[in-house]
Design a binder for this molecule. Structure first.
Ligand code: FAD
Ligand code: NAD
Length: 487
């Protein structure tokens, strides 16, 4: 990479953390020839999260909804370096990151003091952790969030989360293990009953979609493969509030409740899980009539935890080192140009921030598009400043100063354009709260909405390859159904 531009100005290093909705959108909208761009993420691919709930049961294959980060960097105008690592520390004073790579392929750096890399190998797992540092001029933090547990005892040890590719793989494995383990036990056995009880905790869009997909699998496929088990397998959705999908129109919420009732999903609203053991959950149920509460114990074979987001350790570490972020408990506080409060060169977007916008792909994607363009303008500002400080004989400094002031005043701020919300609720039905232009909101639910949901998600896929693969998966499932193999 060229270290400087023709006028002698140093090319600045822009580090993007993450390969999710926010960072990838920034990258796609960035003129990468203007900066030394480095992407750091432990995940060397982008994941199209809206279709992740379709993966554990095999409605959609995982490979169909991931896009290698190199497929994106390869199309960039300038060179982009990708490092597979996670940032474990941000030093906002010295503009420095600590990076850690976890790998099973040992690099041989262990114990060599002369190496710029520090490395340790775990004796139990055999995983090598390599630590190094990276300097930046500008940093964009798009590390997303981690699943929240609200500190509820037993959740971290016993529940399955649902956010990443591994979570989908683990859910599939657990589901199949559970089914086969129950199948060997006689009918009427209490352990068989427990094993065949699936609890999904959290009636937000993630919980609703996961519950819908699981029930589809039971009704449409498992009934054919293992009818004796399928008829006993029960999905229970537990939600602390009186309704599921609380951000949707009330009409669609009622419709979802009805569809769940029709498809035998056991919906338990006003029920908050308070404690989890390896075989049961303890929940408190509130009566809508008199507000009285009752404690219930529900045995389970598989517990899926989908109660929303909590900040990652990296975000908590950065917040604690910046005075202006002292009150940032749910994510980084940013200004209207996504600059992290208390810094002048760190930007943040998506689920790792706490703003007036919901933590959705839609918001992160639009913020990324904004930041990509912001950095082009920022480069122009920096170039003018450089010319003012190092004028050539043909430069008119006064004119440059005016241009700079005008440009700085005109730097746009981020504006969110809400396009609507969609969610799949099972049995080939979806709900949609759509906004058409500035004037009309349309709420719809049903089979037609399901077709709209499918077309919208195909349209949103990052590449033609993904679009094609997802369509082929749907065709494959409609022709042959979903199988019940463990893999
Ligand atoms: P992410 O997309 O989560 O990306 C974070 C990236 O940072 C990842 O690449 C991760 O590996 C990386 N990372 C993590 N830690 C570090 C670190 N320390 N250093 C460097 N990199 C790191 N939203 C919608 O609008 N519509 C939907 O239909 C929808 N469906 C969803 C379905 C599911 C199952 C889930 C879980 C979420 C869904 N969402 C949906 C929400 C949406 O996925 C998130 O809001 C979105 O992913 C946020 O984007 P992000 O870039 O902030 O984070
Ligand atoms: P969420 O925060 O939207 O919902 C979590 C739900 O869990 C809440 O309704 C909460 O009341 C409930 N809950 C919390 N603790 C509980 C407990 N102990 N017992 C019972 N219930 C409990 O979380 P999510 O569904 O993971 O979604 C996260 C974000 O991702 C949201 O912004 C959402 O809009 C977005 N998302 C969107 C889609 C979509 O548009 N189709 C799909 C998935 C996620």
């Amino acid at each position: 990479q060229t270290p400087e531009f023709e006028n002698g100005q140093r090319k600045k290093t822009l580090v993007l953390l993450g390969s999710g909705w926010g960072s990838v959108s920034t990258l796609k909208n960035l003129d990468t020839s203007l900066y030394n761009v480095v992407v750091v993420s432990p995940r060397n691919y982008f994941l199209f999260t809206p279709l992740l709930p379709s993966c554990p049961t095999g409605t959609v294959e995982l490979r169909s909804i991931i896009e290698p980060i190199r497929a994106i960097t390869r199309k960039s105008k300038g060179e982009v370096i990708y490092l597979e690592a996670e940032a474990t520390e941000i030093d906002p004073v010295n503009n420095k990151l600590v990076l850690k790579q976890s790998t099973t392929v040992h690099s041989g750096h262990s114990g060599k003091d002369s190496s710029p890399f520090k490395s340790t190998v775990s004796e139990t797992t055999g995983v090598e952790e390599i630590t190094t540092s990276l300097n930046y001029d500008y940093l964009v933090i798009g590390v997303g969030a981690q699943p929240s547990t609200f500190g509820i005892p037993g959740v971290a040890e016993n529940a399955l989360f649902f956010k990443e590719v591994n979570d989908s793989v683990n859910l599939r494995k657990r589901l199949m293990d559970m089914i086969e383990a129950a199948n060997i036990l006689p009918k009427g056995d209490s352990e068989r009953k427990r094993l065949l009880s699936i609890i999904v905790c959290g009636g937000g869009p993630t919980g609703v979609e996961v519950a819908g997909e699981l029930q589809d699998y039971i009704d449409q496929d498992l009934k054919k493969w293992i009818p004796e088990v399928a008829s006993e397998l029960k999905v229970t959705l537990v939600e602390a509030l009186p309704n599921v999908l609380n951000s949707f129109n009330k009409k669609l919420v009622d419709y979802t409740h009805q569809v769940f009732q029709d498809t035998n999903i056991d919906l338990r609203v006003n029920t908050m899980i308070k404690k989890v053991s390896d075989k049961t959950v303890i929940a408190s149920t509130k009566s809508p009539k008199d507000g009285s509460t009752e404690t219930v114990e529900i045995p389970y074979g598989m517990l899926v935890w989908a109660t929303g987001n909590a900040p990652r350790g990296l975000i908590r570490q950065l917040s604690s080192s910046i005075e202006e972020q002292k009150n940032a408990r749910r994510g980084l506080l940013v200004n209207e140009r996504l600059l992290v409060d208390g810094t002048d060169n760190i930007y943040a977007l998506g689920d790792c921030t706490f703003t007036k916008y919901p933590p959705t792909a839609q918001v992160a994607f639009q913020q990324g598009a904004f930041l990509g363009e912001h950095f082009t303008r920022l480069h122009e500002v920096e170039s003018i400043k450089y010319s003012i400080d190092h004028p050539s004989p043909k430069d008119n400094v006064e004119r440059l100063q005016k241009k700079l002031t005008k440009l700085q005043e005109k730097m746009p701020v981020f504006k969110y354009n809400y396009k609507g919300s969609l969610a799949y609720i099972g049995s080939e039905r979806a709900v949609a709260d759509m906004v058409w232009g500035d004037w009309s909101n349309v709420s719809s639910g049903g089979t037609l909405t399901f077709l709209f949901w499918r077309s919208a998600y195909i349209y949103m896929c990052l590449s033609v390859k993904n679009q094609l693969l997802v369509c082929l998966d749907w065709i494959k499932v409609s022709m042959f159904g979903r199988d019940c193999s463990k893999e």
